[in-house]
Write a protein that binds this ligand. Structure first.
Ligand code: MG
Length: 374
């Protein structure tokens, strides 16, 4: 049966790779709708290739320009994202940041399965999103390579038998730099990731290791094990994508070349596996795999994320929103690289915790922190 897909963030790194996978398996999929933030040139070419029923451009002015160029309906703003989310299809949530919260909830309320790349949504509103998904019988399949690996390791297993989840981490571009070299790093240095070619926000998050911190919280939400059972291990080759240790001390790992099309394809075709659009791995060619502990002093963001995860409630939302603000400030040249964890820590310390926040309070906290000028 042909599977209908809608994509939020279709012109970004994950969105374009998702469309590459879909193009390679054309007979299996139909694109219902696409949404992007403002890259209308790429969206226009996607409309020609994939013929969606309608599209949405978040930026209202750019939506107006695209409307002149294409003969399908072009929606805009948050309403446009919500319309794409509630279209009768599986939703690939690949936008960046907590802007994904409302559309993902809209999709779940509509009974649409979620193929999730937007980790900030689970970090900020994980309890609400996961609770609603369970209630509506909707599945949330992760695209993030580590979470896809864990998800695959857990197939056929009893969740109660998980002893530990081991999240692997490349270490980012500053793995071998000293704290002194790193603290005043330029945006360009922070954006040059050694293993993965990604969007700007996630690249900076990978340089601070906040990305791994967000992934600890994401894993906690998806697999419900508690942050004390999630261990981060530095693995620069990015071949082992993550591991699960079970109660009998057996450990399952998922290996593969570092190519996001693999977890994207698995999420799109789950529970089936289809032929790969990438080559496999050759262990003799790889030869050696390295593992070490992360330097928590050099990368304070990772510790902040563990602390937000164990405090719970509204704290991960605060941490995430503060990080989004700080990363933007860093990319705009307003704060230094080491200013990112400083700002996040300061916002977390100021916050008066809400133990069981409603969706409205999550959205309110998110909006309030994002309006802070730095
Ligand atoms: Mg990842």
């Amino acid at each position: 049966m042909v599977k209908s897909i809608s994509i939020l963030g279709s012109t970004g790194s994950i969105g374009t790779q998702t469309l590459d996978v879909i193009k390679a398996h054309k007979a299996e999929f139909k694109i219902k709708s696409l949404a992007c933030s403002g890259n209308i040139d790429i969206l226009e070419s996607q409309i020609k290739v994939f013929s969606p029923e309608f599209v949405s451009v978040y930026d209202k002015e750019k939506a107006g320009i695209l409307r002149e160029r294409v003969d399908i309906s072009v929606e805009s703003g948050m309403k446009g994202l919500l319309d794409v989310a509630k279209t009768d299809s599986s939703l690939v949530a690949a936008m960046v940041g907590s802007i994904g919260i409302r559309p993902v909830i809209e999709a779940i309320n509509n009974g649409n399965d979620i193929i999730l790349a937007n980790k900030e949504t689970l970090v900020s509103a994980g309890n609400i999103v996961m609770g609603l998904a369970r209630k509506k019988g909707v599945s949330i399949i992760p695209i993030d390579s580590e979470h896809s690996a864990i998800f695959q390791c857990l197939c056929g297993e009893d969740m109660a038998s998980i002893r530990k989840i081991i999240l692997t981490c490349s270490g980012g571009p500053f793995r071998e730099k000293s704290f002194e070299e790193m603290r005043n790093a330029s945006p360009q240095e922070a954006l040059s990731h050694p293993m993965w070619n990604m969007g700007r926000k996630i690249s900076v998050d990978s340089a601070t290791l906040m990305n791994k911190g967000l992934e600890v919280i994401e894993a906690n939400m998806l697999f419900g094990v508690g942050p004390d059972k999630i261990e981060v291990v530095i693995h620069p080759e990015c071949i082992v994508h993550s591991l699960v240790e079970f109660s009998d001390a057996s450990v399952k790992a998922l290996l593969g070349i570092p190519d996001m099309k693999l977890p994207i394809q698995y999420a799109l075709t789950y529970p089936k596996r289809m032929s790969a659009c990438s080559a496999g791995i050759s262990l003799p060619e790889i030869g050696k795999l390295n593992f070490s502990k992360p330097d928590m002093k050099k990368f304070p963001c990772l510790g902040l994320a563990y602390s937000a995860a164990s405090i719970g409630g509204s704290m991960p939302c605060v941490m995430n929103a503060a990080n989004e603000v700080a990363v933007k400030g860093f990319l705009d040249g307003k704060i230094s690289f080491s200013g990112i964890p400083e700002f996040v820590k300061q916002e977390m310390e100021k916050h008066y915790l809400i133990k069981n926040p409603s969706l409205d309070s999550i959205l309110e906290i998110d909006e309030r922190i994002k309006s802070v000028q730095i």
